[in-house]
Design a protein around this ligand. Structure first.
Ligand code: LIP
Length: 267
């Protein structure tokens, strides 16, 4: 956890300092899935520091090929989570650094430690079985409000067809909750749920590096984080909410088409 926090801060300070110089250098899943030179520089810093501090560990990052290891531990890093916000000068982006064991498939991995360093200079961190902290203050969520009073975060895919399906789902969910917030960074969304600034969050199609650290911060703060059938959250769907409303939120999402959003969205 300390290594995750130290490196998230180092990379966070780099990207914050370089923000005014950020330029789009490439795109990935669609023309709006942008990469800046600061994403690449931050991941390069994370990788070089991990090679120094944890030379036997593997690395999985958003912007480069995976690096193999021999220790059984893999670092899962997102150099800038919320790249669009970062590029547009909006709040809510972060560097996310997590250590997992058991491979990099979220349905079977075990997240050991993680840290999220946000644009506001906020540090969230967690170690499995030991708790979660925000700037050194322990996070412990009590039960949340009823679903009808839930402030619910979500996000949307870079592919137009994905966003079309997600729009149909959120349209059905919106009247059943307090309100929706689309802040643009999964790792920050999960940390805000951990500290109670949002009550719950869900999103389809997240990549492992988007949520590895934030999911541990949320779960160690007492939030239930899972997938549509109650098992581990995965790249299909992540649902994070207090235990008292988790099943109800899942049921509302399922009724809105969340089990197969990309195939046959509800009428
Ligand atoms: C972002 C996620 C966010 C999602 C965005 C984007 P990126 O990650 O953190 O939850 O809604 O579309 O995928 O691309 O900024 O690393």
């Amino acid at each position: 956890m300390d290594i995750a926090a130290t490196l998230a801060r180092e990379a966070g300070e780099l990207v914050i300092e370089g923000r005014a110089r950020a330029e789009v250098t490439s795109t990935k899943s669609s023309p709006i899935d942008i990469v800046t030179q600061m994403d690449v520089a931050a991941e390069g810093l994370l990788r070089s520091r991990l090679a120094q501090l944890r030379p036997d560990d593997a690395i999985m990052g958003e912007e480069s090929e995976d690096t193999s290891g021999t220790s059984g531990v893999t670092w899962v890093v997102d150099p800038i989570d919320g790249t669009v916000n970062y590029f547009y000068g909006l709040p809510h982006f972060a560097v996310s650094v997590a250590a997992v064991e058991g491979g990099t498939d979220p349905s079977t991995w075990r997240i050991l430690a993680g840290a999220v360093y946000g644009d506001s200079g906020t540090e969230w961190k967690a170690a499995v079985g030991h708790g979660a902290w925000r700037n050194g203050q322990r996070l412990q969520r009590s039960e949340g409000p009823p679903l009808s009073a839930t402030l619910l975060g979500t996000g949307f895919n870079y592919r137009a067809e994905g966003r079309a399906a997600q729009g149909k789902i959120v349209a059905q969910v919106l009247p059943q909750v307090r309100d929706i917030r689309r802040l643009g960074s999964a790792s920050v969304d999960l940390c805000l749920v951990a500290e109670g600034k949002m009550d719950a969050y869900y999103e389809h199609g997240l990549r492992p590096w988007d949520f590895a650290a934030g999911a541990l911060v949320a779960s160690e703060a007492g939030i239930r984080v899972g997938g549509i059938d109650g098992g581990p959250a995965d790249s299909h769907l992540l649902i994070a909410a207090a235990e008292s409303v988790w099943d109800e939120l899942r049921d509302v999402l399922e009724a809105a088409g969340a089990r197969r959003p990309w195939e046959s969205p509800p009428a």
